[in-house]
Ligand binder design. Structure first.
Ligand SMILES: *[C@@H]1O[C@H](CO)[C@@H](O)[C@H](O)[C@H]1NC(C)=O
Length: 236
């Protein structure tokens, strides 16, 4: 009687384990082990099923195992360094990894990008453990959550007026040319290639792009030929 119960429990347990294993297989693709290159030409990259830190590379038929630098992992996307990407941007899909910070100054990992404060207009990029300061596009500040530069009004501890250098008016007369673009009134920025848009009372510095300049008359981006004060903006 007791033996029967124990046996039943064991069988149930084994069944449960099989189920877990099946779930894992369903959840993650299984990557084959690579022992030779199927193609004689070109470049092919394959995940290493045993590790997210490395991958297999076939270059014109020659197989090598490549290891990502500290702070980087491989999922076939992104190319920060030697086909590897920042660890927070990589989906390892069950392939094992263990992150080991080197913690030298701001460079927590040998390769990474780091914030210098909650509202800084630049960030620090680490390459082989060497910090390099990189500016955000003018008008943006670095956002630790997205690992990219963002509109300052979307940041938590940031003063958009200070970053952009402009304060949106509390009130706009309906005859004011900027009112034409309500609820997102526009203003010149002092730089021909950019203008200011107020979003819920906070300024955003926006680039014109496409070789156009901002006209303070029409409050739109136009060909420099039609904006005499900015005619020479691209001729330097
Ligand atoms: C393969 O060989 C060609 C010709 O020698 C070369 O141009 C190319 O860079 C090589 N590709 C790789 C991935 O090594």
């Amino acid at each position: 009687m007791l033996l029967n119960t124990v046996l039943l429990a064991l069988v149930a347990c084994a069944a449960a384990r099989t189920q877990v294993r099946q779930q894992l297989v369903e959840e993650y693709p299984s990557y084959p082990a690579i022992t030779y290159c199927e193609e004689d030409y070109g470049l092919q990259l394959y995940p290493n099923p045993a590790s997210c830190h490395s991958f297999y590379k076939c270059a014109n038929g020659t197989l090598t195992e490549e290891v990502c630098e500290n702070g980087l992992l491989f999922d076939g996307h992104g190319a920060v360094h030697n086909h590897c990407n920042y660890h927070w941007g990589v989906n390892c899909e069950g392939r094992a990894f263990e992150l080991a910070p080197i913690a030298r100054g701001i460079c927590e990992y040998s390769f990474g990008i780091y914030s210098n404060g909650p509202c800084e207009k630049y960030y620090t990029k680490c390459v082989y453990g060497e910090p390099i300061d990189e500016p955000c596009t003018p008008g943006l500040a670095y956002d630790d959550r997205t690992h990219s530069c963002n509109w300052p009004d979307l940041l938590e501890y940031c003063n958009p007026e200070e970053v952009v250098g402009f304060k949106c008016p509390d009130y706009l007369d309906s005859k004011d040319p900027a009112a034409k673009f309500l609820p997102f009134p526009r203003f010149p920025s002092g730089d021909c290639g950019r203008y200011i848009v107020c979003v819920e009372g906070h300024p955003r510095l926006v680039g014109c792009g496409d070789y156009t300049v901002f006209s303070s008359d029409t409050l739109t981006c136009q060909d420099p030929d039609y904006v005499p004060s900015c005619a020479n903006y691209f001729k330097k």
